[in-house]
Design a protein around this ligand. Structure first.
Ligand SMILES: C[S@@+](CC[C@H](N)C(=O)[O-])C[C@H]1O[C@@H](n2cnc3c(N)ncnc32)[C@H](O)[C@@H]1O
Length: 415
């Protein structure tokens, strides 16, 4: 075994998971939540009663794989999820997790994603590649290999490290290359890293970085972050270029609010200066402004298809869906017409419209905007008139979609 990345993941599969935990919880995240995939790749119109083929490339210990396979199984979607990873040790954990859940829709393969174009796996409707390409010697070759097996109308969910939010990580990696070189056993390197971390001065960028905490969790997290055999991080324009090089384009970064300068600015003159910029330039600006994006999640489709791939609340037949089907609970989180969150060291609150709570409480993933409006009108009378509803829903949608909680689907039987 001479690939240092493979050697690392054989010795320390990451993230560390205990298959027994599948009995008590499902780990859900981005990319590859099925509602999100429908929204950002299939314009909210994928009929999941039709066969669906997904590839989880660099599936690791199985987080994305298990979520996707479980969600497809719950919908009764025919088809399969192919798991691919170089590391047999990681595959063992992923397989054990699938077994605990009784998932029968997964095919496990031990191979390199670089060899996909030479294989005979056929084309995939959707490809998950989360936290993998930035470990390859040539990430562009990796993305091209994935694109070669993506169906023309399919898409991908990618996660790549974010350069600015990882400030301090590469400083620590550099110090550890001196203190505890790769020639030493992993245990000795981890011990040296812990000793160094215990003594970081207050001014050290890693210590000051509120976005990065993996090194505090477990040894696998510490190794993956600070002693990794190979990793690099990206800024938004580099991801745009990487995608373009493979004949792909970005539909959206998630969560969208983080890539919108207006989320952080209140100065109207500054906002006006940025208003005319294309969305991806605004995203690059927001990344610089926030400084805390440590990983970029985004959905990609073939060049020229991004606008058609994105779902929108375009008409009154559109159906809002909530990531966790938790409308009433979300409505209860609203305080003084605002909803708050804290992410990677940043505290945010978002203003919401008057009808936000009543609308959220009625969203069940089945009711269309028209149905929600009539239900509100019946209960609230004039306050829910069509214009007030349309204005308030558009505002609510921007916030809730922005924070990754609301997506839009369209009734596929009605086209
Ligand atoms: C950081 S882990 C991410 C695992 C998983 N995608 C997740 O998000 O939890 C990276 C994984 O990529 C795998 N990997 C690295 N290079 C690969 C390649 N060329 N082909 C397939 N898998 C690869 C590693 O073995 C490792 O399991």
């Amino acid at each position: 075994m001479n690939d240092p990345v493979l050697a690392q993941y054989e010795a320390l599969p990451y993230p560390l998971r205990d298959p027994a935990d599948e009995k008590r919880r499902l780990i859900e995240g981005s990319p590859s939540n099925l509602k999100e995939v429908d929204h950002y790749v299939f314009a909210g119109r994928r009929d999941f009663t039709r066969p669906f083929r997904a590839l989880v490339a660099g599936g690791g210990t199985g987080d994305g794989l298990i979520m996707l396979a479980q969600q497809l199984a719950e919908r009764g979607t025919p088809g399969e999820v192919v798991y691919l990873d170089l590391s047999a040790a990681s595959r063992q954990i992923a397989e054990a997790r699938a077994a605990v859940r009784g998932l029968a829709n997964i095919r496990f393969l031990t191979a390199s994603l670089l060899d996909l174009p030479k294989g005979d796996l056929g084309l995939f409707d959707y490809i998950d590649c989360c936290g993998v390409l930035h470990h390859l010697e040539d990430p562009a070759a990796g993305l091209a290999a994935l694109k070669a097996v993506m169906a023309p109308e399919g898409g991908m969910g990618l996660m790549l490290y974010g350069e600015l939010g990882r400030i301090g990580v590469y400083h620590a990696q550099e110090m550890l290359r001196q203190l505890a070189p790769a020639s030493e056993p992993a245990a000795a390197r981890i011990e040296a890293a812990k000793r160094l971390l215990a003594e970081l001065p207050e001014t050290n960028w890693l210590r000051r970085n509120p976005a990065v905490g993996d090194w505090r969790r477990d040894d696998a997290g510490l190794f993956d972050l600070l002693l990794h055999a190979r990793d690099r991080a990206y800024r938004v324009p580099e991801i745009v270029a990487l995608a373009a090089g493979a004949g792909l384009e970005i539909v959206s970064f998630v969560d969208p609010w983080r890539y919108d300068p207006d989320s952080y600015l209140s100065d109207a003159k500054l906002k006006a200066r940025l208003a005319g910029l294309p969305a991806l330039e605004r995203a690059a600006f927001a990344e610089l402004l926030a400084g805390n994006i440590k990983s970029h999640n985004c959905y990609l489709v073939a060049r020229g298809r991004a606008a058609a791939a994105l779902s929108e609340p375009s008409d009154s037949a559109a159906i809002p869906v909530l990531r966790h089907d938790d409308g009433p609970a979300l409505a209860k989180l609203i305080r003084d017409d605002r909803i708050g969150l804290r992410i990677d060291g940043l505290e945010m609150t978002f203003a919401l419209p008057r009808l936000a709570g009543p609308i959220l409480a009625r969203i069940d993933g089945k009711a269309s905007l028209a149905a929600l409006q009539s239900s509100l009108e019946a209960d609230l009378g004039r306050r829910a008139e069509a214009t007030a509803f349309a204005r308030d829903f558009a505002w609510l949608y921007k916030v809730m979609n922005g924070i990754g909680r609301m997506m839009i689907r369209h009734d596929v039987r009605r086209g």
